[in-house]
Write a protein that binds this ligand. Structure first.
Ligand SMILES: [Fe+2]
Ligand SMILES: [Fe+2]
Length: 297
């Protein structure tokens, strides 16, 4: 169903799912990242991302922040971590995700497959290990949640811990007023239901494509690949350094890979579409090297 102006399919706030990715790239322009994961603020003209956000993007964040409660996240894990939605291999999953075509401007927009291949190719060009190239190829396959019927706000968007106080360094923090967890006194401290330094593995993050794909592939890839898959949308963590108090030593060590991966995701978009047929044999072999022919989704 074609969306009305300023609205996506079925009245969803984003015209295209990628409007969120583009908003993040405009919030964190290329070259601004720091190795520490904390943005330098002194002396830097701090841009107001609100001015750059389109109405649809704001509406999207409002829904996301209002509905991502601890209870919601636990319910989605219950629903999806039975992995009884589909059995399929990686290439079939890529092709299925690629059927998510936006109505707005199909001629100029990159498809999901093109974004995955451009991310992977940029990583390959820089001579990174094969598992990081594979990470580029598959990192957004959790967006299949859209095809399984989830609304945009439960698939994309910055992720953040639930079950503890929402940080004001999460984008559009004012929308958390609408979240029922903001009224629950168990969740109003910095650590909430967690313990200081407990490690992110014990922390529930808002539900979306990162966590879902992590759960699908977690038995097959090295930790260095799993971290970018699981946390690439956790900007309050890897760009703003807002959740150091929940991290353990492994998280601190592995977040170097989240930070190394992130620019390839944000800045590898190129108008020249990759030559899919030429690249496919290389990537089929790479997938086979790490992953079984069929996975449970
Ligand atoms: Fe993503
Ligand atoms: Fe991506």
């Amino acid at each position: 169903m074609p969306g009305i102006k300023g609205q996506g399919p079925d009245g969803e706030p984003l015209e295209r799912l990628d409007d969120w990715d583009e908003f993040v790239a405009s919030r964190y322009p290329e070259g601004e990242s720091t190795d520490s994961g904390r943005r330098k603020r002194s002396g830097e003209a701090f841009r107001d991302y609100r001015a750059e956000a389109r109405a649809g993007v704001k509406e999207f964040y409002k829904l996301n922040h209002a509905h991502q409660t601890l209870e919601f996240v636990e319910a989605k894990k219950e629903q999806y971590l039975k992995f009884d939605h589909k059995r399929m291999g990686i290439w079939e999953a890529i092709e299925l995700l690629d059927t998510l075509v936006d109505d707005s401007d199909p001629d100029t927009e990159l498809s999901q497959l093109e974004h995955l291949l451009q991310t992977a190719e940029a990583i390959r060009e820089d001579g990174h290990p094969r598992w990081l190239i594979l990470t580029g190829l598959i990192h957004d396959l959790g967006k299949l949640l859209c095809i399984f019927g989830e609304p945009q706000w439960a698939v994309v968007g910055d992720t953040f811990p639930v079950g503890c106080r929402f940080s004001d360094r999460i984008v559009f923090p004012e929308f958390f007023e609408l979240n029922p967890d903001s009224q629950d006194e168990r969740y109003q401290t910095e650590t909430g239901i967690y313990e200081e330094g407990c490690g992110l593995g014990r922390v529930h993050l808002s539900w979306g494509h990162d966590e879902y794909l992590y759960q699908v592939v977690k038995d097959h890839l090295p930790l260095e690949a799993l971290y970018p898959i699981r946390y690439h949308s956790f900007y309050a963590g890897h760009r703003e350094g807002a959740y150091d108090h929940l991290m353990d030593d492994q998280d601190r060590d592995m977040f170097q890979w989240v930070r190394r991966f992130n620019p390839y995701d944000l800045y590898s978009k190129d108008d020249n579409p990759p030559l899919v047929d030429e690249l496919r044999p290389f990537y089929e072999e790479l997938v086979e090297e790490y992953l079984p022919g069929q996975l449970s989704w």
